[in-house]
Design a protein around this ligand. Structure first.
Ligand SMILES: [Zn+2]
Ligand SMILES: [Zn+2]
Length: 369
């Protein structure tokens, strides 16, 4: 039974890349063969840790592992004690077998391989991100060849076991005292050859195409979020499943609203007489205008909350709020008549009209003496 990679490193499944790196350093140091000479158990553990880190440190591999578990990696792992490239290479080259553990060690890769996942950066308008949108996008990607159905062989012909390596995919060469295995040059490690390669894909089994895809963006996404479209990445090879399309969201700024998580923020100018007397103010919200009742005596900077007028949660429950910050506007460009009214107003004011100023003067009296 294969051990869980997260357990091997001692991290939980939500661990960040940085945590995984730290945990790996700690574990690898502890079980390193140089520190535990002759300890078979430590060496085995060290290899397992390297293998786990190889997968969990690679975003794509980690995702496959999360999705498919160990099955996603059995194709590149050992088929038996003698076929393990780690063993062979660690004997020849010491413990520096890191790269060879997963496929780099010259072992044949004849099994199905999942296609690569593709990244697409999508620019959205502010409202599109808030309410969700369907977008047509066109991506260049490798698709399975129609002519040969991905086999790489001209219709009517088929693959043949490589005569050079007899299907092993690797050849062993004697070099001095050592014998070194390397990928078969004849079949490039495939173990099979194609006599008549497919006319369209030249034997690769895949062709490059531009594919139009309708991507459904759910409401509430924000810059940096990723929307995964399963199976719309590149075609797999030798019958492997396709990769995914990962749409990375970028949201344009709004001219009025600022967004923080699911909450929206905006500033609304209010004429000083409404701020003084109280009244209704029309404020914009992302779903249309709303009335805000401003109480008498509202000062600049006062923030009112409009519940559930923010962004719908991308997780599918609830909605943020809108925060309206009041900016009291002092009148400008006054006519002579307007100025006269204000002077008359000032004449009938007493300390109680400007309590803030009154308190300030009380507290700072000594500075003016
Ligand atoms: Zn083809
Ligand atoms: Zn061969």
């Amino acid at each position: 039974m294969a051990k869980d990679f997260y357990e091997l490193l001692g991290v939980d499944r939500s661990a960040s890349a940085e945590d995984i790196k730290k945990a790996y350093r700690k574990q690898a140091l502890k079980h390193h063969p140089d520190r535990n000479p002759g300890d078979q158990e430590a060496e085995g553990k060290f290899k397992e840790i390297c293998g786990a880190y190889e997968v969990l440190s690679d975003e794509r591999k980690r995702r496959q592992y999360d999705q498919y578990g160990h099955d996603a990696f059995t194709r590149t792992r050992s088929t038996g004690p003698t076929g393990d490239p780690f063993d062979i290479f660690s004997q020849v080259f010491g413990s520096n077998a890191f790269d060879s553990f997963f496929g780099g060690g010259g072992r044949a890769r004849q099994g199905p391989e999942q296609g690569a996942s593709l990244r697409y950066d999508l620019q959205l308008e502010f409202e599109e991100a808030v309410f969700g949108v369907e977008r047509d996008i066109t991506i260049p990607r490798a698709e399975s060849c129609d002519r040969c159905q991905g086999s790489g062989c001209e219709p009517g012909s088929s693959r043949r076991t490589c005569s050079h390596c007899r299907g092993a995919g690797q050849v062993t060469m004697a070099q001095g005292f050592f014998s070194i295995s390397q990928p078969c040059p004849h079949c490039r490690g495939q173990g099979e050859t194609i006599d008549s390669p497919c006319h369209d894909c030249k034997g690769g089994g895949r062709v490059q195409r531009r594919k139009r895809i309708v991507v459904s963006i759910p409401p509430g996404v924000d810059t940096g979020m990723r929307v995964r479209v399963g199976g719309e990445g590149e075609a797999g090879t030798r019958g492997g499943p396709p990769g995914d399309l990962i749409v990375v969201i970028h949201v344009r700024e709004h001219e009025i609203f600022k967004r923080e998580a699911d909450d929206l923020y905006c500033e609304v100018p209010v004429p000083f007489h409404i701020a003084a007397l109280g009244g209704k103010v029309r404020v914009p919200t992302i779903s249309g205008p709303a009335d805000l009742t401003v109480p008498a005596g509202t000062q600049s900077g006062k923030v009112f909350r409009l519940r559930d007028k923010g962004v719908p949660s991308a997780r599918g429950h609830g909605r943020g709020d809108q925060h309206v910050s009041i900016a009291v506007e002092v009148p400008t460009n006054l006519s002579a008549a307007q100025k006269q009214k204000l002077r008359e107003f000032a004449e009938v004011c007493d300390d109680g009209v400007f309590p803030l100023l009154h308190r300030f003067l009380e507290r700072t009296r000594k500075f003016f003496e």
